[in-house]
Design a protein around this ligand. Structure first.
Ligand code: ADP
Ligand code: MG
Length: 464
């Protein structure tokens, strides 16, 4: 009977789906018009029910008449020894005397995926990304402490899933890897896996192509803590989301910890299914913000210390004020500063720091910098750049200074604090005041407004 069913199913679903989802099924018994089939896992059963219920119903009625029914027997039992489910495709002679049409030649290996043996040791974790090397600050405190709690009690806290989001270079990957490394200690010997969403997608596509969906899902269903990085990448990839949804449900139901990152808050994720998004909100969502000044200083000090390099206070201050966009950028500046110093056999001082920054800030920010704005505006108003930074309150200088600050605010990523620092160490409220004054003047003075529009073009053009 089952063979007849298979025959009809094969016609209905196509070769690839058939091999993936139907070949592994074993008929168990036929009693009172109820056909029992054995499926390899709960996940498998759910997938069949969700995607193939119509065709299954049809063929059962075809073969057994309107009274015919189908029952599943699922091999995976939550309480079972975890290794047991994965021997499912070994020939099972004493149970069924009819060999399957297609017997897999090799037993499934839960640690093997697409021919690559990802053994239990290989969590894809970078040992340098730990909590010790992750500097704590206001910008990351909640995310860090939630991460730490999860790492100490994976799957047990209500932070499941834990979703960390934040812009590029703010430490998402570092933090979740730190959590992963810590979980490995907590759950000694258990399987912790870090995977980027991109890699996950590619593995899934490969598995589809090679009829290895079952290996793929077994591999993921076997994980004790899953870290999946940059889930925004799953946007628009429906089939990948679908399998991720099932994996997510399975792991979550079994008390396994799930940790995710995204470059934006879940509500802004585009192209992700609602049912997936709603799952993301089950646990805790915490963000990483732009590093505040104290954190930047601490990161610089820490980095220099661990590299055994001494760097003067004023240089640390200068760097911390100047590079305030993200930590990756800050690290980039430090690395080139160290490189410059050692290449030219120079001490690291303020002069060298300024030079280094000049060379790279334009590249990495790909937009105008404070220096360029100050120079342009000083020329335009026929004042000296130094005057912009000085204490003088002469009217034309005050206006030039305020206009410069305004453009720094509008056209760079610098914070108010950082802008103030570059104007002779003024504080952020002075910058706010300047921006406000310029806005006011533009409202009331048409000629001034036009002048500003002209100036604006010069900064726009510099943008890449
Ligand atoms: P993201 O994944 O958010 O783009 P990363 O985790 O790759 O950012 O971080 C970028 C760089 O900044 C990495 O080298 C990382 O080690 C470093 N970094 C980020 N946050 C911190 C922090 N709080 N303390 C120390 N280094 C950090
Ligand atoms: Mg990252």
């Amino acid at each position: 009977v089952w063979n007849n069913c298979l025959h009809s199913i094969k016609e209905g679903v196509g070769e690839q789906s058939f091999n993936t989802w139907f070949s592994p099924i074993e008929p168990v018994k036929l009693e009172n018009n109820v056909l029992t089939i054995q499926v390899p896992s709960q996940f498998f059963y759910e997938w069949l029910e969700e995607h193939y219920v119509h065709i299954l119903r049809k063929v059962i009625h075809q073969e057994l008449g309107p009274e015919g029914r189908l029952e599943y027997s699922v091999i995976v039992d939550k309480g079972n020894d975890k290794y047991k489910p994965f021997t499912i495709n070994l020939p099972n002679n004493n149970k069924s005397n009819k060999p399957k049409e297609q017997q897999r030649e090799q037993p499934l290996n839960p640690f093997a995926l697409n021919g690559v043996d990802l053994s239990q040791q290989n969590s894809q974790l970078n040992p340098n990304y730990t909590f010790d090397t992750f500097i704590e600050g206001d910008c990351n405190r909640l995310a860090r402490s939630a991460g730490y709690a999860v790492a100490k009690k994976p799957g047990i806290t209500s932070f499941n899933p834990l979703m960390i989001y934040g812009g590029v270079g703010l430490g998402k990957t570092h933090l979740v890897q730190a959590i992963g490394n810590e979980i490995k200690d907590t759950l000694n010997g258990k399987f912790v896996l870090y995977v980027s969403s991109e890699k996950f997608t590619n593995q899934f596509i490969d598995a589809l192509r090679n009829n290895k969906i079952q290996d793929f899902s077994n591999y993921y269903l076997h994980i004790d803590a899953l870290i999946i990085d940059d889930v925004q990448f799953l946007g628009g990839k429906e089939r990948t989301q679908e399998i991720f949804f099932h994996i997510f449900n399975h792991l979550h139901q079994n008390g396994k910890q799930i940790i995710m990152t995204s470059d934006r808050p879940p509500r802004d994720l585009k192209g992700l299914e609602d049912r997936l998004l709603s799952r993301f909100k089950w646990g805790l969502t915490a963000d990483l913000q732009q590093p505040d000044l104290e954190t930047r200083i601490a990161i610089i000090q820490n980095k220099m210390e661990s590299d055994g390099i001494h760097i003067p206070e004023d240089v640390i201050e200068y760097l911390a004020y100047s590079v305030d966009t993200n930590i990756r950028e800050l690290e980039g500046v430090l690395i080139s500063l160290i490189a410059h110093a050692s290449l030219n056999r120079k001490e690291i001082d303020l002069e060298l720091a300024k030079q280094t920054l000049k060379n790279i800030v334009h590249d990495i920010e790909s937009e105008v910098g404070i220096d360029f704005i100050q120079k342009t505006i000083a020329e335009h108003f026929a004042v000296k750049i130094d005057d912009l930074k000085a204490k003088t309150r002469k009217k034309e200088i005050v206006i030039a200074r305020q206009v410069s600050m305004y453009f720094c605010k509008e056209h760079t990523n610098h914070s108010l604090k950082s802008i103030g620092y570059h104007f002779g160490g003024r504080d952020h409220s002075t910058v706010i005041h300047a921006v406000q004054s310029v806005n006011d003047m533009m409202q009331v003075d048409k000629r001034f407004r036009e002048e500003m529009e002209e100036l604006k073009k010069r900064f726009k053009m510099k943008k890449v």
